[in-house]
Design a protein around this ligand. Structure first.
Ligand code: HEM
Length: 478
């Protein structure tokens, strides 16, 4: 793969750089913005280098692309989801962005906030370096033709845990051109995540193409699908960004009261057990499918390729409705043999690159301390970021058809127990979480939503050649 042309965040999560911030910007003066882009190019992190102290990445919403001339130079091929964005009424219903999570209530990217054209992502080794680079960037904005809209902070996370207290970021697809090792079942073709390479259908993904007359310097690669045209998308990817708040006290209080309702003697251990079944992993990351009754040591080498069909087809280890089993059913899907289930699952994979924001409710992230901590009124959650080459078939499918689907895998009224779907209920409607059992299944009724959306947008993260093309594009050639 052309690693030197791929932005680094697609290749690695920049985990060695614990500090990060994302600046949401608007393009005000196009010629200055193009010059600024030219200056940024040598500073951008690529897949072939690992700068030790600071890495920058850039991505654009469709409105940003339009300002930089996309309507003139792109013949066709940007995805409809990217062009339309994630805030229409139809999309909100589709994604479950309802009530409190509706785009009209968002802090950025919503229907009542200023339009975002691009995101400048900075990863740094320490807070001082992060802050000094952000100050320098902000000071240079007026001359750069850009305006500052919003800054999204993140929280360094030495425990690698999301705010509910569960280890996160382990299960990722293995991409042959990028990752070193992985099981065949977890190996997914490059083109599922990066444009310009073959996808799971053995085809090149849809990609924005350009008439060569707009590329007099011959910066772009030839299109594989359309001979004679240039490929603006090559080595780029669609980046889904959703800022999700997590009500940690509310989550654990509801889990704790659910186990108390069943057995008044029950306490912390039972709460952790129930919450682990909802996630599909124990707090230390051990899949509940491999350790159904109690937390066991997590072994990345041995555990990560785990499958469901051979030993957990009935959901008695990991419930069908658990967050991770919905988000990636692996080899177990109703009415499918394991091989075809894998094939289907792997057509709906995403490459996750999210980070926490806000202080942890308890510094240790230990469930016992999270349960015992008093609500502190602070905003915290996940800057959910994922890459895919087909937003509709990958991110949106997982969100809509698996996570939000109350009838998933033969269930009846069960949405994703971690993400939830609605704050209020229509008359007679309940949301449940079902745990399959050998003799009796267990049902937790009256599930509440503890994760809300407060911002979001679809971005495109171009390859380096495409960025250079953007910086040099001259509308007079159009
Ligand atoms: C605040 C919200 C969220 C929390 C707390 C959360 C938490 C987790 C945790 C603890 C894991 C297990 C760790 C791992 O497998 O790496 C996980 C896995 C995963 N999550 Fe989420 N998640 C959230 C939002 C989402 C969203 C919005 C999506 C996509 C629509 C998603 C998709 C996935 C996927 C694909 C996996 C990997 C499943 C697998 O391959 O086994 N998550 N999540």
């Amino acid at each position: 793969m052309e690693l030197q042309d791929i932005q680094g965040l697609l290749v690695r999560a920049h985990g060695e750089l614990p500090e990060a911030a994302y600046l949401m910007l608007s393009i005000r003066e196009v010629p200055q913005a193009r010059n600024w882009l030219k200056d940024q190019l040598p500073q951008l992190a690529t897949g072939s280098q690992k700068a030790p102290d600071r890495r920058i990445q850039l991505a654009f919403t469709y409105s940003g692309m339009e300002k930089l001339g996309a309507q003139q130079f792109v013949k066709h091929g940007f995805s409809v989801e990217y062009v339309q964005g994630m805030t229409s009424l139809h999309k909100s219903r589709f994604l479950g962005d309802l009530e409190q999570s509706a785009p009209e209530n968002w802090q950025w990217g919503g229907t009542k906030t200023e339009a975002i054209d691009m995101v400048w992502m900075l990863f740094a080794a320490d807070k001082a370096s992060l802050e000094s680079h952000i100050s320098a960037m902000k000071a240079a904005l007026p001359q750069s033709g850009l305006a500052f809209i919003h800054c999204l902070d993140t929280q360094g996370n030495p425990h690698q845990k999301e705010h509910f207290g569960f280890r996160d970021g382990m299960s990722q697809p293995v991409i042959p051109g990028l990752s070193k090792v992985g099981t065949p079942e977890n190996t997914v073709p490059e083109g599922e995540f990066i444009l310009g390479y073959k996808n799971a259908y053995d085809q090149f993904p849809e990609t924005p193409v350009v008439d060569p007359m707009h590329d007099p310097e011959n910066l772009l690669a030839e299109s594989a699908n359309f001979p004679g045209l240039k490929d603006f998308g090559k080595n780029g990817s669609y980046m889904v960004f959703r800022q999700l708040t997590q009500d940690v006290s509310g989550f654990w209080a509801s889990v704790f009261s659910a186990v108390k309702n069943e057995n008044s003697e029950a306490g912390i251990a039972e709460s952790v057990h129930l919450a682990a079944k909802m996630v599909g992993r124990w707090p230390n990351g051990k899949p509940v499918s491999l350790a159904p009754d109690q937390e066991m040591p997590y072994d990345k080498e041995k555990d990560e390729g785990y499958l469901y069909a051979a030993h957990d087809a009935d959901g008695c280890g990991c419930p069908f409705g658990a967050h991770v089993r919905r988000a990636n059913p692996r080899d177990a899907m109703p009415d499918n043999q394991p091989a075809s289930a894998i094939r289907i699952s792997n057509r709906h994979r995403i490459l996750r690159r999210g980070r926490n924001f806000g202080p942890p409710l308890a510094a240790s992230f230990a469930p016992q301390e999270l349960i015992e901590a008093l609500p502190d009124g602070q905003e915290r959650g996940l800057q959910f970021i994922c890459f895919n080459s087909n937003i509709q078939r990958q991110f949106e499918f997982i969100q809509h058809s698996w996570s939000n689907n109350t009838k998933f895998a033969g269930l009846y009224s069960d949405p994703d127990p971690i993400l939830g779907i609605k704050d209020s209920r229509d008359k007679g409607e309940t949301h449940d979480f079902t745990m399959q059992g050998k003799l009796l299944r267990r049902k937790l009724r009256g599930l509440r939503r503890h994760v809300h959306v407060i911002g979001g947008a679809y971005f495109f993260m171009p390859g380096l050649r495409a960025l250079k093309f953007l910086a040099h594009f001259s509308p007079k050639n159009a």
